[in-house]
Ligand binder design. Structure first.
Ligand SMILES: Cc1cc2nc3c(=O)[nH]c(=O)nc-3n(C[C@H](O)[C@H](O)[C@H](O)COP(=O)(O)O)c2cc1C
Length: 196
């Protein structure tokens, strides 16, 4: 069983990459294998006409998602919305069932904690049939790091570890519990940002 950790930033030194590293370490502690995908720069602009014949690097993205049991996606917020490269990559999943009924953890790290980016992630992944089981926003003040670049604010580390534990628990939960989660997420989406 493998979790695909997905970094939605193209920067080599990235707040979202640092947040994912905490999630990955927690997965190791829980005995769950993970793989990192950070190749959104090579995923082609989405073309619905190529949905059945994706270019090579894009097909690699689709294969990685297909092969994973669960996803942990961390992406920046730009100009009040989800980073475009992340939305573009998620658009390629429409119609593939690649995330259908898979548990997903969503994170946005950056200035405000990415409330709008997380809402976009929640909406687009839920519409594709994923179960979003945990969500963490990490604002600038939660992003202090040690000299090796590891996040060091205890509240941040604990929140990311707890979310990773939720993802691990969701890998083996009942269909009834999954249905409850889906209803809760859909109710939240129906409330919109005012109820977030
Ligand atoms: C053009 C631009 C727009 C941004 N817009 C937002 C924003 O709307 N909300 C926010 O919280 N942060 C915003 N930021 C800050 C990013 O969230 C921050 O740089 C974050 O660290 C980027 O993620 P990364 O470190 O993983 O690359 C913006 C940054 C840039 C460069």
């Amino acid at each position: 069983m493998e979790v695909l950790t997905v970094c939605g930033s193209l920067r080599p030194v990235s707040a979202n990459g640092a947040a994912l590293a905490v999630v990955e370490a927690a997965l190791v502690v829980a005995g769950v294998r993970w793989r990192r995908f950070d190749g959104f720069g090579a995923v082609a602009p989405f073309d619905a006409g190529l949905a059945d014949d994706a270019p090579g690097p894009t097909q690699r993205w689709l294969d990685e998602v297909n092969g994973a049991a669960a996803l942990a996606v961390a992406a920046p917020e730009y100009a009040g919305s989800l980073a475009g490269v992340t939305k573009n990559a998620l658009d390629w999943l429409v119609g593939t069932a690649a995330v259908y009924e898979k548990p997903v953890l969503i994170v946005s790290a950056g200035t405000t904690g990415g409330r709008f980016a997380r809402e976009e992630l929640l909406r687009t992944l839920t519409w594709q049939g994923a179960f979003v089981v945990a969500e963490v926003g990490v604002p600038a003040e939660g992003l202090k790091a040690d000299p090796e670049g590891r996040l060091s604010v205890p509240e941040t580390v604990e929140a990311l570890q707890a979310a990773a534990d939720e993802l691990v628990a969701a890998l083996s939960e009942s269909n009834e519990r999954r249905a409850e989660r889906r209803e809760a997420v859909q109710a939240r989406l129906a409330r919109g940002l005012s109820g977030a």
